[in-house]
Design a binder for this molecule. Structure first.
Ligand SMILES: [Zn+2]
Ligand SMILES: [Zn+2]
Length: 273
């Protein structure tokens, strides 16, 4: 299984970090978790593309995690020449979100069907609203879910992907909670969106202070990884966005609480488990 950080950014625009998304390649299966800003560009950087995706999993409907879903839908549709169905799974509300996206895309869909002989119908989508605790398969990848804690954003879910003896947990935006523990227990890689409390607490801007109460800090993510026996902690969606020269400091703060490998990096950093 290979985990590629296709977007390590956040809502804060960054010239070098796409919005949150993570690509998991498991055997022949490719699964994208979240679809943040610029994801289609990063999929090209990962030498793949929207038509190759077997499923898109959404952790929650915060804009930074879904704002490029329309790009995935359109690119998948046109580049697969309408033959393939795109599967999208997310928390309750995802079906309605996608329905509204499709409404917004109606003019474009009409233009392309009129212009291209190979397009006779619009994007073929199979969208599934999930309850926390649901599990399902995407080809030979087993996917299980659990509730995460990102209140007032509700519902939110994280994913545990198992394939060929390897396990990856992708928790999304969340505080430490029982659901994350369940997802990340004994995982080969636990991917967590994180912030640095020690830095953000010093910034007297209300919008920054507001986010402290619904994200995991680096220390908390490391404590979770340690508590549940994860083998690797993969940091993403870092706030504030670090420079590469800051990476050793971020790693050291996690390593003080977790003995396993800690991964942090630029977009397209990959981890093989
Ligand atoms: Zn969020
Ligand atoms: Zn986010």
């Amino acid at each position: 299984m290979e985990i590629i950080l296709t977007g390590t950014g956040t809502p804060i625009p960054d010239a070098n970090r796409a919005g949150p998304s993570t690509l998991v390649k498991a055997g022949e299966t490719q699964i994208l978790v979240d679809a943040g800003r610029g994801v289609v560009m990063r999929l090209a950087g990962a030498l793949t593309g929207a038509p190759a995706l077997d499923a898109v999993l959404i952790t929650h409907l915060h804009s930074d995690h879904v704002c490029a879903l329309n790009d995935i839908i359109t690119t998948h549709w046109v580049m697969s020449q309408e033959s393939a169905t795109l599967k999208i799974f997310g928390p309750v509300g995802t079906e309605e979100f996608v329905r509204r996206q499709m409404h917004a895309l109606e003019p474009d869909i009409g233009y392309r069907i009129e212009h291209h002989d190979f397009l006779e119908r619009g994007p073929q989508l199979e969208v599934t609203d999930l309850e926390a605790g649901d599990s399902f398969s995407v080809n030979d990848v087993h996917v299980s879910t659990a509730a995460t804690e990102h209140s007032p954003v509700k519902p939110t879910i994280g994913f545990r992907l198992e394939h060929d003896g390897s396990t990856a947990a992708l928790a999304g935006d969340t505080l430490p909670c029982d659901g994350v523990d369940e997802l990340a227990r004994d995982a080969d890689a636990y991917v967590q969106t994180v912030l640095r409390r020690d830095i953000l607490e010093q910034i007297p801007i209300q919008g920054i202070q507001d986010i402290l109460d619904y994200h995991s800090g680096v220390v908390e993510a490391a404590q979770t990884a340690s508590r549940v026996g994860a083998k690797r902690l993969v940091l993403t969606h870092m706030v504030p966005a670090p420079q590469p020269t800051d990476y050793p400091d971020w790693i050291a703060r996690a390593a003080a609480h977790f003995d396993g490998e800690v991964v942090i990096g630029d977009d397209l950093t990959s981890v093989t488990i």
